[in-house]
Design a protein. Structure first.
Length: 408
């Protein structure tokens, strides 16, 4: 592993998670509970983001596969994240009467935040070779969890309102992203300027390449499975603070402490699962993780008291870090080097386009049944179906080449 690049790469994940956790915990509640945005429309933000990603991420990733420039586009996405979230938070201080434009800027911030992972994930090939990639992925996931915990700790003295923690998180995010933005040397720097014609040509190439990729790549079953089980995980994460408020009416400080415990377990899970995956294989490890989710999601939905919820939530925390650690490493094993950017664009699409079905299912249940606690429990429990579908796909749909270097 390249230790210097690993440090920059992991620090970026740390910085990225600072802004993510504070907007997830505080701004989501401000939008729905304080701002009056319906649960359905809050979840629709992520569905619209998915559509935007679907029409942009593969084309941009195809550009990086052909002309390089992964870090260049990562830097642009980072700046877009900062501006989108920053404008949303700033306008929120002016009052809930601007809820529409605030929601729009939050959507843009969310889009650029998700887009950044298309380029960030592919840079793992510059950080570690195949033999050590699961471990590097685990270290990155550990940094992500540690960044989220740090963000929650920083927010505690600032949480008199749900807006106060946001700007400190934004400032730390951009400052801690600078080492990656400036110091990380991309092995494939940008060779051409991006223009409309190149992107149009890339789009045409994309539609041709997608058919070939889906027809022969052994990564496809994993990506389809990932679409389903990650649908559940992202939807649960995006709605969990609101779920705790509506079902258990706990204070923001209690939510903060519970999320902190979950994230600490996530950090440990990311490290341990990376080590286990290197020993027994990424695919086998992933199957065990999904079985754990299938057991724990219904238990969380059926929890009658905060103590029981806390026990199950902390237990599931170890599986949060594990699932992203192992899937990222497993995909990097399946993809050929010349298609890694393109393949990871599908990974990000599968990860974030999953926020089309999951949020609409979750939000739709609440829209139909109302905002009673039983509706939120049913919506939470329904996410088990998506994980089960993902596990079945992994177990039943196989494409096995002679060696993984023939994967695509």
């Amino acid at each position: 592993m390249n230790k210097k690049k690993l440090f920059y790469w992991s620090l970026y994940d740390f910085a990225n998670s600072l802004i993510f956790i504070n907007f997830l915990l505080y701004f989501s509640q401000w939008l729905v509970i304080d701002g009056g945005l319906a649960d359905f429309w809050y979840n629709a933000i992520f569905a619209i983001t998915s559509l935007l990603l679907f029409f942009s991420a593969p084309t941009l990733a195809a550009f990086t596969d052909k002309y390089g420039g992964r870090k260049y586009l990562l830097n642009l996405a980072t700046i877009g994240t900062f501006l989108g979230y920053g404008l949303a938070a700033g306008l929120a201080y002016l009052g809930t009467q601007y809820i529409f434009i605030i929601t729009l800027f939050f959507l843009l911030g969310q889009y650029f935040y998700q887009l950044s992972f298309v380029f960030y994930n592919t840079l793992i090939e510059d950080v570690a070779d195949l033999k050590h990639r699961s471990r590097a992925s685990g270290i990155g996931q550990f940094s992500n969890s540690l960044g989220q915990v740090s963000g929650l700790i920083i927010a505690i003295p600032l949480s008199a309102t749900r807006l106060q923690p946001l700007f400190p998180a934004l400032i730390l995010f951009i400052l801690l992203s600078l080492p990656m933005m400036i110091g990380f040397a991309d092995s494939r720097p940008k060779q051409k300027k991006i223009n409309v014609q190149i992107l149009k040509d890339g789009e045409k190439e994309y539609f041709k390449k997608i058919a070939a990729f889906l027809s022969v790549s052994i990564a496809v079953p994993m990506l389809v499975a990932f679409f389903f089980f990650n649908d559940a995980l992202i939807t649960i994460s995006n709605n969990y603070p609101i779920y705790m408020e509506r079902v258990f009416a706990v204070s923001d400080t209690t939510k903060n402490m519970l999320l902190m415990a979950v994230l600490l377990m996530s950090a440990v899970g990311g490290l341990v699962s990376g080590w286990i995956a290197d020993k027994i294989g990424s695919l086998k490890t992933l199957k065990y993780i999904l079985l754990g989710w299938i057991i724990l999601i219904p238990l969380i939905a059926l929890s009658k008291g905060l103590v029981i919820l806390t026990i199950f939530s902390i237990t599931v925390g170890s599986l949060i870090g594990s699932v992203w650690t192992v899937t990222r490493a497993y995909l990097s094993e399946l993809l050929k080097k010349e298609n890694i950017g393109y393949g990871f664009s599908f990974y990000t699409l599968a990860e974030r386009f999953a926020t089309l079905l999951g949020p609409l299912t979750y939000g739709g249940i609440i829209a139909v049944l109302g905002t009673e606690s039983s509706s939120y429990r049913l919506a939470m429990g329904s996410m088990t179906v998506f994980v089960l579908i993902g596990l079945i796909i992994l177990m039943k749909w196989k494409r096995t080449p002679k060696t993984h270097y023939l994967a695509n």
